[in-house]
Structures are given as C-alpha cells and as structure tokens.
Design a protein around this ligand. Structure first.
Ligand SMILES: Cc1cc2nc3c(=O)[nH]c(=O)nc-3n(C[C@H](O)[C@H](O)[C@H](O)COP(=O)(O)OP(=O)(O)OC[C@H]3O[C@@H](n4cnc5c(N)ncnc54)[C@H](O)[C@@H]3O)c2cc1C
Length: 690
C-alpha cells in the first residue's frame, strides 16, 4: 500500500476529504442558481408528436393555483434565504430533531407565519401552509401538524373558552410545545379500547391520570421524546358513584396534562418519558412513550366541550350516550386526515415532477445510427408515469374540494355535512396516501440508479411519507368506515331516507344496476362515446352500485350464521374494494366538474385529455369486472385499451407543460437529476467532481 495514501477515518480525515465534505455541505446549503437552458439537454420532442395539443401552461397554472399561493411562496422563499434552516442529506436523528424545532420556531417567530390562527378560522390557509412547509422537510410538516393541528386543534375543538383563553398564545408562538397522546402500546386503531384512566377526586377537585399496565403506555407520541411541555391525553373518565366501592366509566375523554416544567424542562413527577427511537423516516419528529403514575391535574383540564364534570362529581353532556360523545369527539379530529390527504397530493406532484422531468431529459438507446431517444418515449415509461400524472391532477381537484367542504363544515356545523366530510376525508386520505406511497417507489424506479441517490429525494420522500398510510387512522380501517357509511346510506335509502350529497349518485345508479346493462351501449366503441364524461362516470358508479348491492346481500346472508362481526370479516376484501370504488367515483366526478368549469378553452382541452386518461386507465385496470357482467363487450374493451394507450402518448407530449403547471418552486423539486439545466454538473458536483 502506498504509505502516502493515508487511510481516511473519522478521526484523521485527509485534507481532500475535508474539502470534499465542505463542498458537499455547501451544495446542500447554497440556494440553487436560477435555471438556464442548456443546449445539450433540451427535452426531446417525440418523433410522432405531430398533433400535440397547444398548452398554455400559465393559464392552467392560474386555474389550479389556490388562493393561498402567496403564503406558500413566502414560506419557500424564507427557507431558501436561510441555508442554516435547510435539512442536509444524511443528518443524524438528534440533529434533525433540533433542526426541526428551530425551523418551526423560526417560521413562527421570524417569518411571522402563524399557522395556529387558521386552524379553525381559515383551514384552507392552514393546509396550504402545511403543504409548503412539508415540501421543505416532511418532518417539519408533521412537527407543525402535531403542534397546531393535533395538540392545538384538540384544545380548540374539544375544549371550551377557558381553554382557548389559557393556551392559545402559548401554542401559537410555540412557547407551549405539546403532544396528542391517544395511541397506546396495545391499542392504536381501536381507540375505544384505550386503558389509561382519569379518575375524578371530588375532595381535591382533581383528576388522577394513571397508566394501569404497560399495554396502556402512550406510544408513538409526537413531540413527547424531547420538546413537549403538555400533552392532550385520551383516557377513560372514571367517576366515583354514591356507593363508595363502585365507580362508573364514562368513556374516553381528553385531558390537558403538563408533562415537563415550563422553565426547567424537567419531566414532572409521576410521569415517565421514553424515546421511541430511530424510525424508518420522519426522524426530525421526536416520538416518545409516556407512562403516568397518579398524576394529578385540576378538574379544569378536562377538555369539556362534549362532556363535563361538576365539583361534586356530577357528569353532564348534551349528548346522550358514550358512543355519541365518542363519535362527536373523533368527528372534531378529522382535520388531521384532511391535511394528510392534501399534503400527500403535494408529495405525489413533487415526485411525479422529478420523475417526468428526468425522463424527458434522460436518453437511452434509439433507432440504428440515430440519436438516442428520451426514456419517456418508451411506451412502458409512459405507462408508468402518465396515469400517475393524471392521478395527481385528479387528486388535486378532489383534495381542494375536500378542503372546501371541511372549511364549510367548520363554519356551519351542519350534521349532514359533518357525516359527509367524515367519510370523505377517511376515504380520500386512505386512497390518496396508498396511491402516493406506491407511486414514490415507481418514480424511484423510473429514474433508474440515479433515483436511488439520496440527494434526488425519492428515498426521503418515500420513507417520510410511508407512515401517512397508518397515522391519523390506518388506511384499511378507514376504508371500512367508508364502506360502513355506504351500507348505512343504502339501508336508509330503502327505508325512504335521504342520501348525503356525495353519495347522491347512488340513487340513480342503483336503479340502473338493478336492471341489466344495456347490451347496445355495451358495444359502443367510438372515441366520442368513450371520452364522454357520462359514459365514464356511469361506468364508475355502476361498479360501485353493483359492489354495494352485492356486499349488502352477502352481509345479510353471512350474518345469519356468523353474526355481524364474522360476516363483516368474511366480506372484508369486498367491502374495501367497494370503498375504493366509491372514492374513485368521487374523485372522477370532481375532476370532470373542474374540467367543465375551466374558463380557458385550451386549458380545458388539456385538462380534458388528462381527465380522460385518468378515467379510462381506471376502467381498463378493472376491465375484468366490467367484462364479467357484460357491461363492456369484448370489442369495447379492446377499444378502451387502445384509446388509453393513445391518451398516454398524447399526455406524454404535453407532460413538460403539465408538470410546470403544478407550479412547484424549483427549490422543492431540486433533485439534481431533474434540473433542466446543469443537470449533470449539479449531480457531478454533488459527488465531488469539479
Ligand atoms: C411515526 C408515527 C407517529 C405517530 N404519532 C402519533 C401521535 O402523535 N399521537 C398518537 O396518539 N398516535 C400517534 N401514532 C400512532 C398511530 O396513530 C397508530 O400507529 C395508528 O393509529 C395505527 O394503530 P396501530 O399502530 O396500533 O396499528 P394496528 O391497529 O395494530 O394495525 C396493524 C395492522 O392491523 C390491521 N388492522 C387493524 N384493525 C383492523 C381491522 N378492524 N380490520 C382489518 N385490519 C385491521 C391494520 O390494517 C394494520 O395493517 C404515530 C405512529 C407513528 C408510527
């Protein structure tokens, strides 16, 4: 071995290694220079792109641009101007947690963005802030969500004026960092199975919080391991009865429990806090576990909007049963789901933008003696990415609609609307986050080996986003809530009840289902018919109605022998398919509406193309179902397939404009492989080449 070639280790790094490390760090910290067109990296136009649509991307951009774009730009610009607040690749867990807290505090106190003020009064603005913050670092988005939506939101939504008056300021300026402590080691999805207790002591006018066994330790609690000073603890409210040997369990309620000293940050007596440790992703968030041993809190700390206890231990509530109170409490917490659905669409847009841009730039193989072609000219690559691009558009409009409905619900408190938003947020959150999680892997793969470099973002996005499928309600569990709601509406319909707005379509399509598919329409295969929104929506809705009707019949049959729990389990896959099918119908309906409302003709044509691809790709994916019942004849199935491929190709031709129309700041999609100019110089610099 060459003695001059010193072995580099952590304690004696060579000068070259140090320089190289500094260079790498500076690349992460220095805001990127504006993009310049680069001659050798012009996007290739597809050879057969003769009848490419003319797209005015600025017009689509302004149509899609939410009214809160300004605050989003302010956030991105703020972090761009503060290299010390950007998250470098390879940061350690401890550093990441501290950085995340500094980022949050700087956002609030230096950039003067105050998300908490919008949680109730302007939820659309709040979600826009979380989306922008999450695009800077997903951990920061979640940390912000824990502080303002979970901890802060529980105080505002489950508490009353006295709680708002006491805690608002401290939560708003992050003087009171807090947690939302619902999940326990033994119970996550089954919230009614929680075992932590809050026993009222009328003598001292206090509640006593206890963890009765290790299965009841609060687990995964965001902000608990390091920063939290308070926690909203969900516990069974236990009241002493007149017979002193007995107590009565009033069901799960929420309580504010201080967990650390406000000045010294010492853990308070009776509370044990442990660290949940290194996670697959989101390591900027400090998840911890909490155990309580006879922790006394004042009676006022009960978040008493839906149920209260007087000084003499009398329980009062405007709601008659434990189940109704529990439903009302959870109903107030759906904002978290709305936020996750909304942010997940944002991550889908970011990853599809990086993958499409790279696929337009990257060239591999080509006809003999001719230039290599863009990898997006391969049919297989189009098939991977174009339906995904179409889905990102479809989800965008569906998520916007959900946010509007949620905001309306917060103003009106209309019971019907609350039920609608509850089911819709459960469905969209699970459908969108599952789709995005799969797409993040597909995008990584679509970018080949370079997609695997951490600096190109797919790894962190994939790992950070993955848990979106589980927290705020496990997706499989949430889809069952959608199915249960559909079945309830179905039953109500036959008993003369009213269908809620989102479900309204079932009235007509169930009638259609009960008759046989029209054998003439089943054979129509011309393009105008296949691209007719009526055909597409009818097909989606027919499928949902059919699944609903057959699920109801199967449940009825099996419950005779298996009981309702057993019958539900026997039909579970069917029920999940039903819920997904319904959500797809809702998404398509929102997309069609958005296309129809688009004021600019050329943008409308582009969006219509994308919408047709979304609809026909989904129909083609489920063609077996349609063929089985002869809803679609063989010739029509073939025509759908051919048209879907053609639409993929057409969308590919405007893919560059379509990703630009998302209007995502360059610094967010800063993956070096996808920078239009200097693509390879960014990338080669990153590994140390000059
Ligand atoms: C990073 C992270 C942060 C978190 N932050 C918080 C926080 O701040 N506060 C908080 O209170 N909690 C938090 N959680 C907990 C989170 O909300 C729960 O993990 C989630 O609700 C799922 O519960 P579980 O883990 O017990 O899963 P389980 O409910 O045990 O689910 C495990 C599997 O069983 C399946 N399953 C369960 N029930 C059914 C059913 N009825 N039908 C079919 N399948 C079923 C699920 O689909 C899943 O695949 C966090 C978790 C993580 C990982």
């Amino acid at each position: 071995m060459d003695p001059n070639q010193a072995v580099e280790d952590e304690t004696h790094p060579s000068i070259t290694a140090v320089n190289r490390r500094i260079q790498q760090l500076s690349l992460h910290l220095t805001p990127l220079a504006p993009l310049q067109p680069s001659p050798q990296l012009h996007m290739l136009t597809c050879a057969k792109a003769a009848n490419k649509l003319e797209v005015d991307k600025a017009s689509i951009q302004s149509y899609m641009r939410g009214k809160n774009r300004e605050i989003q730009e302010k956030i991105v610009e703020f972090f761009e101007s503060r290299p010390d607040l950007q998250t470098p690749v390879g940061i350690s867990m401890d550093e990441h947690r501290e950085l995340c807290m500094r980022q949050l505090v700087a956002l609030v106190r230096i950039a003067k963005i105050r998300p908490f003020r919008y949680v109730v009064d302007d939820p659309a603005k709040y979600f826009a802030i979380t989306e922008a913050v999450g695009s800077v670092d997903v951990s920061l988005g979640i940390k912000l969500g824990v502080q303002f939506s979970l901890w802060g939101g529980s105080v505002l939504n489950l508490g009353t004026k006295k709680h708002r008056d006491k805690y608002f300021e401290g939560i708003d300026d992050v003087d009171y960092p807090g947690c939302f402590a619902m999940t326990e080691l033994h119970h996550g999805s089954n919230v009614q199975g929680l075992q932590t207790t809050a026993t009222f002591d009328p003598i001292t006018d206090e509640f006593i919080i206890d963890t009765p066994n290790d299965g009841a330790i609060k687990w995964w609690i965001g902000n608990a391991a390091v920063h939290g000073k308070f926690a909203t603890v969900f516990a069974k409210l236990i009241l002493p009865t007149h017979d002193s040997t007995k107590v009565s369990d009033m069901g799960v309620h929420a309580f504010i429990v201080p967990i650390r000293n406000l000045k010294t940050h010492q853990t308070l007596p009776g509370i044990e806090i442990q660290d949940c440790g290194h996670k697959i992703g989101l390591n900027g968030v400090d998840n911890g576990a909490l155990r309580f041993c006879s922790v006394r809190i004042p009676r006022d700390n009960l978040l008493n909007r839906f149920g209260d206890v007087s000084g003499n231990g009398k329980y009062t509530s405007s709601l008659p049963t434990i189940n109704k109170r529990f439903a009302a409490m959870l109903g107030e917490l759906v904002g978290g789901r709305v936020g996750l659905a909304y942010s997940s669409v944002g991550f889908l847009k970011i990853s599809v933008t990086i993958a499409v841009r790279y696929s337009l730039l990257r060239q591999q193989f080509g006809p003999p003696k001719q230039p290599e072609v863009s990898i997006l000219d391969y049919q297989s690559q189009q098939h991977k990415l174009m339906p995904m691009l179409a889905s990102a558009y479809a989800f965008h409009f569906a998520a916007q609609n959900l946010v509007e409905k949620y905001s309306e619900m917060k103003q009106k408190h209309d019971e019907q609307l609350v039920a609608d938003v509850h089911a819709l947020s459960a469905g969209l959150k699970s459908y969108v986050t599952s789709y995005t999680a799969k797409s993040l892997s597909t995008c990584r793969e679509a970018c080949g080996g370079h997609g695997y470099a951490a600096v190109n973002r797919f790894g962190s996005l994939r790992n950070d986003h993955d848990i979106f499928q589980t927290f705020e309600g496990d997706n499989t569990v949430l889809l069952q809530q959608v199915a249960a709601d559909l079945l309830k509406q179905y039953k109500d319909k036959f008993q003369g009840g009213k269908l809620s707005v989102t479900w309204n379509y079932l009235r007509e399509s169930m009638n259609t289902y009960l008759s046989q598919p029209n054998p003439i329409i089943a054979r129509w295969e011309n393009t105008d018919h296949l691209r007719d929104p009526k055909f597409q929506l009818d097909a989606f809705r027919y499928r949902t109605s059919r699944l609903l009707q057959s699920a109801a019949a199967r449940l009825q049959k099996h419950s005779k022998t298996l009981g309702s729990f057993g019958a539900w389990n026997r039909c579970l896959n069917h029920l999940i398919t039903l819920a997904e099918s319904h959500i797809e119908s809702v998404i398509l309906a929102r997309f069609i509406e958005a296309v129809q409302k688009c004021p600019d003709a050329s943008s409308q044509a582009a969006l219509k193309l994308v919408c047709d691809l979304y609809a026909l790709d989904r129909i083609w994916n489920d063609i077996g179902t349609y063929r089985n019942v002869d809803y679609v004849a063989p010739n029509k199935a073939k025509a759908i397939h051919k048209l879907t491929e053609y639409l993929c190709f057409q969308v590919r031709n405007i893919a560059g404009e379509l990703i630009d129309a998302f209007d995502i700041p360059a610094s967010v999609t800063r993956a070096p492989i996808a920078m239009q100019s200097e693509a390879y110089s960014q990338y080669t610099h990153h590994v140390g080449f000059q």
